[in-house]
Ligand binder design. Structure first.
Ligand SMILES: *Cc1c(COP(=O)(O)O)cnc(C)c1O
Length: 404
């Protein structure tokens, strides 16, 4: 049975062109980019070219790109880098309650080192109150770190207004744009951001590679990963040459998709799916702002159904999704994102995230919609049907799924 993959916000399939580059670099380019001989220099050329391509996707210049081991490290570099590089204990950082753990956890570490962290609330649509942001900036504020797009709901924050507020108060602004880069146009020349995180595996590149955009003229960062003088001493360690070359190819493909307006293809898949399921399923609800959102994400609640159970039933029927009730710590707490939006617990518990990708087809969407309708109905009618009986008799005990 062919799987239908609707979990692209967790990770994306590696594009065939990317796979080709990664394997050929692993096979044919064994040099260490820091070596002086020709094999080293040839690996160095690959990294230089990749830096140009990654920069080009977001309208940056190559010298503003720092390669990292992924999105998590890019976020850590921004937060720890700024706080420990320019701050004193007591310095102030502003973030939100709906950030990814790779932003929230470095903030927690900084708190334990004596920094002060404010976590802004969001409204019921998942949007940050800009007035609250403005009010909370002080003389001691070193950094504002607020995401561009939320991985669970797809809600977009107004990073232009956020950046303008930060600039007015002369505070640095970092945005985790890992879910938006590659899906919608993100151009740093149009955005008042100082730092921006990207991850290759969220845009059809390989896992374990990413980048931090660092605007020219930004203060020197502390390096959480220090070693050799790679990445201008901002990130030590022999470069992941094959991964970086694959990341570059993925950025080139994303740029083509965006220029050719293929992202409207993503939103038409999403809208088609939503249309189909809302005709087939009653008691369904959509979470997050309908206007400001990614073209590929739907976080849906299904009245009277457990999201965890639905996820497993869908998986058995060949459809891969995530629960909105996911908790990255495995503590069994409901989704902090939906909780911050004030969604009641039972609704959070009934939520499923569908995230579409470039390779999804209309046929897949239509099949998935039918399977979803059947699965929801089976789960709601309890013992009325065979399949659901099995599900209900076997209480599913497992840790909640992670949202990446
Ligand atoms: C996936 C993700 C990350 C983490 O990126 P990795 O490359 O998996 O470390 C951070 N922030 C957001 C919003 C993400 O979706």
């Amino acid at each position: 049975m062919d799987k239908i993959y609707l979990d692209h916000n967790a990770t994306t399939p590696v594009a065939p062109e990317v796979l080709h580059i990664v394997t050929s670099v692993l096979q044919d380019q064994m040099g260490n980019p820091s070596s002086v001989h020709s094999m080293g220099r040839s690996a160095r050329v690959l990294i230089d070219e990749a830096r140009e391509q990654v920069a080009s996707l977001i309208g940056a210049s190559p010298s503003e790109i720092v390669f990292t081991s992924g999105g998590t490290e890019a976020n850590n570099l921004a937060l720890l880098g700024v706080a420990l590089g320019m701050g004193k204990s007591g310095g102030h950082i502003v973030t939100s309650q709906v950030e990814h753990p790779s932003v929230l956890n470095p903030c927690k570490q900084l708190e334990s080192l004596g920094f002060v962290v404010d976590r802004l609330k969001v409204d019921k649509l998942g949007r940050i109150d800009l007035q609250a942001l403005e009010n909370c900036l002080t003389e001691a504020t070193l950094l504002v770190s607020l995401q561009h797009a939320n991985s669970e709901t797809g809600v977009l924050q107004d990073i232009v207004k956020i950046g303008e507020i930060a600039r007015k108060k002369k505070v640095l602004f970092h945005t985790d744009a890992i879910q938006s880069v590659g899906k919608i146009p993100v151009r740093v020349q149009d955005l008042p951001v100082d730092m921006l995180s990207i991850s290759a595996h969220k845009l059809n590149g390989p896992k374990g590679v990413g980048a931090l955009y660092l605007r020219k003229g930004s203060p020197d960062l502390f390096s959480p990963v220090c070693g050799g003088s790679q990445e201008k001493k901002r990130r030590g360690g022999t470069e992941n040459v094959a991964g970086i070359a694959g990341f570059s190819k993925a950025c080139e493909l994303a740029q083509k998709h965006i220029v050719s307006q293929k992202s409207s293809g993503l939103s038409s898949l999403r809208d088609h799916f939503y249309q189909l399921v809302s005709n087939l399923i009653s008691g369904m609800e959509i979470f997050g702002d309908l206007e400001n959102r990614l073209p590929n994400t739907l976080d849906l609640g299904f009245e009277g159904v457990e999201g965890d159970t639905l996820l497993i039933s869908l998986d058995m029927a060949g459809v891969a999704v995530s629960t909105g009730s996911a908790c990255s710590s495995g503590s069994g707490l409901p989704s902090p994102v939906l909780t911050a939006m004030g969604i009641p617990f039972d609704k959070i518990n009934s939520s499923i995230r569908f995230s579409f990708g470039w390779s999804n087809t209309t046929a897949e969407i239509e099949k998935a919609a039918k399977i979803l309708a059947q699965t929801v109905s089976l789960n709601r009618t309890g013992t009325a049907m065979e399949g659901s009986k099995k599900i209900n008799e076997t209480p599913l005990k497992f840790n909640r799924y992670k949202i990446y």
